[in-house]
Design a protein around this ligand. Structure first.
Ligand code: PXP
Length: 250
């Protein structure tokens, strides 16, 4: 997946569907956004089929699988229903996320350590189907070690807390969180895991995470879709890409 060390950008298009669903209309179309994102330099597309289908719907996933050239990263909860969909559609990657109906977004990482036996059995058929399995987790060593034990290929480190601390101006805590993320990225790589990161990233917060040498992919959604309202999706992605690449070099 990572040939030349270039940091990949996965664009999450969930909130195109959020806008569509707000009016029960057929537009804006998530597939159209995904194709635009591809053309603007996204290396992959991410979509989260939530249990309550609040944004992305089953038909969107089918349309993305049929219409995309870029790899689809299918975010889902570790449920039998979602596993069956993934095994039928065989996306490039599956990212397992915790899901609570009442949350506004994915608030914490998956507790892999507490659910190792079930997750080992859950991941095995996905791997056998050739799907890269990623665990969306916090930076705690026990979650990273458990992800390696259960047979995941990838961990996606949750950057939401770091971004919240930045937004709240709690800069010493933000920097401590960033250090913990850096240590987590190093540990994950030492265990043979590919390292991704994402959640809450903006132009202001992406740089330090893009600079972690172990991080191969960032998944970014809400900010890009919000920014697209003002400048268009292509320019928003191009600017994110520019900052990522600059930070990587630096
Ligand atoms: N990565 C994962 C696993 C997520 O669940 C999300 C949110 O759906 C993102 C990345 C993207 O987060 P944001 O929309 O805040 O950029």
């Amino acid at each position: 997946m990572q040939a030349n060390g270039k940091l990949r950008l996965g664009v999450n298009i969930d909130h195109v569907a959020t806008v569509r669903n707000a009016r029960g209309s057929a537009y804006p179309d998530p597939l159209r956004a995904a194709l635009l994102a591809e053309a603007a330099g996204a290396d992959g597309i991410t979509a989260h089929l939530r249990e309550d289908r609040r944004h992305i719907r089953d038909a969107d996933i089918e349309a993305l699988m049929a219409g995309l050239t870029a790899p689809l990263n299918f975010e889902m909860a570790a449920t039998a229903e979602m596993q069956a969909i993934a095994l039928r559609l065989r996306p490039h990657a599956v990212c397992l996320v915790p899901e609570k109906r009442e949350e506004r977004t994915t608030e914490g990482g998956l507790d892999v350590a507490a659910d190792q036996n079930r997750l080992t059995a859950f991941v095995a058929p996905l791997r056998e189907a050739g799907i890269r399995v990623s665990m969306f987790i916090g930076h705690e060593p026990r979650q990273i070690e458990a992800s390696a034990r259960i047979g995941a290929a990838v961990v996606e480190l949750h950057t939401g807390h770091y971004c919240d601390l930045h937004q709240e101006g709690r800069l010493a805590e933000r920097d401590a969180e960033l250090r913990a993320l850096a240590e987590g990225a190093a540990l994950a790589q030492s265990l043979g895991l590919e390292v991704h990161a994402g959640h809450g990233l903006t132009y202001d917060t992406v740089g330090p995470v893009a600079a972690f040498p172990q991080v191969m992919e960032l998944n970014i959604g809400h900010f890009l879709i919000a920014e697209a309202l003002f400048v268009g999706l292509g320019p928003a992605i191009a600017e994110m890409r520019r900052i990522m690449d600059l930070s990587r070099v630096a």
